[in-house]
Ligand binder design. Structure first.
Ligand SMILES: Cc1cc2nc3c(=O)[nH]c(=O)nc-3n(C[C@H](O)[C@H](O)[C@H](O)COP(=O)(O)OP(=O)(O)OC[C@H]3O[C@@H](n4cnc5c(N)ncnc54)[C@H](O)[C@@H]3O)c2cc1C
Length: 461
């Protein structure tokens, strides 16, 4: 039986439909839990008399402050869960989209935090008949409202995270520094906790409500500890990964073959990535995402890395035998995302790594478009041609500098010329962030529906 016939078999279509159904059910469940808790929190606020017992402007403002405070704290917990690497969430939504949700949720959370601070100060100033600066110092230092000093420090920490996330600042900070500052957010959220039950009417006056609130925090901490600490540690112990081979694969590009125990039990698919930490003296502190550049075969894993910065430039120095700690697999850039019988895989630069792995395993009619600036930048040419021949796929090498003659390469028109039936295909698109965004627009311009476009941006922020 040929691959094409296999791809079109009713059993396969049935399996895909079942998989999609489970994904939708899981997504609906996650949505219901999130919205359900938001509804409970709003009800607690209402039940605490924040609408019925409010008579003055000061009370109106503090009532709004309470709701914004409760919802802000809740969104902060969701913020933690979104990046807690929950396998179910990761499988349904994907790491990339979760990172984007994390960014949007962070925006709303900070807006609510600012609203909470402004309405609290304003409302209490009116009720206490104090000027704003005096009210602020009374709230923080007056000893009337417990936990306010820690809450203020926590707020400052969260605002510091926002400041570092602003694009202009972000560009001046190294990723490592930006990451460390981001860890402050956990401390900020934890410090906010101390004033929530003691000062929140709806929580302090009702034991069940207070226990529910504690439950939300305990559940979040449990998720964090299980999925960010225990799961990766147990994976590391089970698989005991080590670098087996380091091979140059082009100018500034190296491939690492990584071996370990029981790799056949690793539930990993071509197209996915891990967060890799190499445990030698120089590199153990930072984990970097790299996709598999070959389909997993149960015996070893291969990644291929292009030198772009301080970490990637020195991976070629790794010695065989170095221990490796890998978190994952992550990502939904896999065959499972497919809707159509035909596919086109588009790689920009080093984005060829997961595309190379997908080509090895993807069934049916597949076309690869590999965009590179110059011939020298093309890697895996021999491997790609060999796999394409074996799988009866087509590979187009699209070479040219986008700042010169190559400006129109892979434009919507060019895409249609290369793949005339592109709108009937799933499009898998991978590369550096800016390139992926431009190519995605071109693919949309070639009339490919949004849900048939699957992207992997080589950037998590
Ligand atoms: C899902 C995914 C898969 C990837 N797969 C590959 C691959 O197969 N091959 C490959 O060569 N590259 C891949 N990358 C890109 C690679 O992770 C970055 O190029 C690398 O981390 C840069 O590190 P650096 O310190 O050398 O460069 P720097 O100059 O320090 O960073 C360059 C940019 O890379 C990003 N970055 C830096 N450090 C990290 C980190 N620890 N975690 C996340 N992002 C970081 C930041 O956006 C930064 O602006 C992938 C990225 C992602 C998100």
């Amino acid at each position: 039986m040929t691959d094409v016939a296999l791809d079109q078999s009713p059993a396969r279509a049935h399996a895909r439909a079942g998989h999609r159904l489970r994904e939708n059910a899981a997504a609906t469940l996650v949505g219901l839990v999130i919205v359900g808790n938001a509804a409970v929190i709003t009800w607690l606020w209402f039940h605490g008399g924040n609408v019925t017992k409010v008579h003055t402007t000061g009370e109106d403002l503090t009532s709004i402050a309470r709701l914004t405070g409760l919802l802000c704290a809740y969104l902060a917990l969701i913020q933690v869960v979104l990046l807690a690497r929950l396998p179910a969430l990761e499988r349904v939504v994907g790491f990339d989209r979760l990172s984007r949700w994390h960014r949007w949720n962070g925006h709303v959370c900070i807006d609510l935090l600012i609203a909470h601070v402004v309405f609290s100060v304003w409302g209490y100033a009116l009720m206490d008949k104090l000027p704003i600066p005096k009210e602020i110092s009374t709230m923080i230092w007056g000893g009337i409202y417990p936990g306010m000093i820690t809450a203020t420090v926590g707020t400052a920490m969260l605002l510091a995270v926002v400041a570092t996330s602003l694009v202009i600042v972000r560009r001046r900070l190294s990723y490592e520094w930006w990451y460390v500052v981001h860890l402050l957010a956990y401390a900020g959220i934890a410090l906010g906790w101390f004033h929530q039950i003691p000062t929140g009417n709806e929580l302090v006056l009702d034991n069940t409500a207070a226990n529910y609130w504690r439950g939300l925090y305990i559940a979040t901490i449990a998720v964090l500890v299980v999925f960010r600490v225990f799961a990766p540690m147990s994976g590391a112990f089970r698989h005991r990964l080590r670098v087996a081979e380091v091979t140059p694969d082009g100018p500034g590009v190296v491939s690492l073959r990584i071996t370990g125990r029981k790799l056949d039990r690793l539930r990993v698919h071509a197209g996915q990535f891990f967060l890799w930490r190499f445990l030698d003296g120089k590199r153990w502190r930072s984990a970097h995402p790299f996709s598999l550049s070959a389909a997993p075969d149960g015996r070893s894993l291969r990644i291929t890395v292009k030198a772009l910065g301080d970490h990637t430039a020195r991976l070629g120095e790794l010695r065989p035998g170095t221990r490796v700690f890998a978190e994952g697999p992550f990502g939904v850039f896999t065959e499972r995302a497919r809707h159509q019988e035909k596919a086109v895989l588009i790689a920009g630069g080093i984005g060829i790594t997961p595309v190379r792995a997908l080509l090895e395993t993807m069934r049916g009619d597949v076309v690869v478009l590999y965009r590179a600036i110059s011939e020298a930048d093309v890697i895996f040419r021999e491997e790609l041609d060999r796999i394409a021949e074996a799988r009866r796929a087509i590979v187009h090498y699209v070479i040219g500098d986008h700042r010169g003659d190559g400006a129109d390469l892979l434009s919507s028109t060019h895409l249609k010329e290369l793949v005339p039936d592109i709108e009937e295909r799933d499009v898998f698109l991978c590369g550096p962030a800016a390139m992926t965004e431009v190519l995605e627009q071109n693919v949309r311009g070639a009339r490919v529906p949004r849900r048939h476009i699957h992207t992997e941006r080589f950037a998590l922020t």
